[in-house]
Design a protein. Structure first.
Length: 291
């Protein structure tokens, strides 16, 4: 299958590389050229511009946010370069409002639009074991399912309106951040009573909270290992803000999300924005006078 892939950050590169290894003809584009060169070394080809990457007829975008995605689609000319009947799969974590707008813009041009944000860190993407949250017309999802089968272990479908997949992703990320915040606060509390936080986290993540999110981020907290970031604290702040925006549109109060947003702002304000989300433990420790 001819595929254009825009956005070759750590996650995007791993996903695109798996498509190349599976035998697909991938044309890659990225703002910085180093990951493009690495993808070409695996057998892909290079697109010089966003418009060129969209000429493949099947476009996958994996960019940081609404602004980055809008930039290559609108200012970069990718949307105009897509031909009627082609498909754009947006795999980034974008806002619900943006997804609605993009779905409408694509429909006006006769272009298919599928929202398919993913769950999983870089190592999961490299292994082709992502969970893919997909929404869009059923026929379009069937058409792109072979690509999802390469990049992920399971595709979860959430209906015909693309924005539903983005709502699900934002809700899930809110739950992830909530789990990490509770570990951070609980660790600061037990530390105040002379308990070594790592001992507490080892127990908690081996018993009542023996689930991937707690175990992965709990281990990072135990080791104070915040780099390289699997999920940057600044990106978590972006996602919680988008979750609050989606909640307001649905008139669904999310009071804890407001607290999380302020705690994430605290971390960013103290220079921790590029650290892994597990660095929320630094915020809790600092507030308890131990940071």
């Amino acid at each position: 299958m001819q595929i254009g892939f825009a956005g070759l950050g750590n996650m995007g590169f791993a996903m695109a590389a798996n498509l190349v290894k599976a035998g697909h003809a991938v044309r890659g584009w990225n703002r910085s050229k180093e990951p493009v060169a690495r993808l070409v070394a695996l057998g892909a080809s290079e697109a010089a511009t966003p418009a060129e990457v969209a000429q493949a007829g099947m476009l996958v975008t994996m960019l940081a946010d609404d602004a980055a995605t809008r930039s290559i689609l609108e200012e970069g000319g990718a949307l105009d370069a897509l031909k009627p009947g082609s498909v754009h799969i947006c795999m980034a974590t974008v806002s619900v409002a943006f997804a609605k707008k993009m779905a409408a813009r694509h429909a006006e041009k006769g272009i298919g639009y599928v929202a398919a944000p993913v769950l999983g860190r870089v190592n999961v993407a490299e292994a082709g074991q992502l969970n893919i949250l997909a929404a869009g017309e059923a026929s379009l999802i069937e058409r792109v399912q072979p690509l999802f089968d390469v990049m992920g272990q399971k595709t979860w479908r959430f209906g015909a309106e693309p924005e539903r997949a983005n709502a699900v992703k934002l809700a899930t990320n809110f739950m992830i951040v909530s789990a990490i915040e509770t570990m951070a606060e609980a660790s600061a509390m037990v530390a105040g009573h002379g308990v070594v936080p790592a001992d507490f986290l080892q127990m908690a993540t081996s018993t009542s909270f023996a689930a991937p999110v707690y175990k992965i981020y709990g281990e990072a907290m135990m080791q104070q290992r915040f780099e390289p970031a699997g999920f940057k604290l600044s990106l978590a702040l972006k996602d919680v803000r988008l979750a609050l925006e989606a909640a307001e549109a649905a008139q669904a109060p999310m009071p804890f999300a407001s607290t999380l947003k302020d705690n994430l702002i605290d971390g960013v304000a103290h220079g921790d924005g590029n650290l892994d989300l597990a660095a929320l433990s630094k915020v809790a420790a600092r507030r308890a006078g131990r940071g």
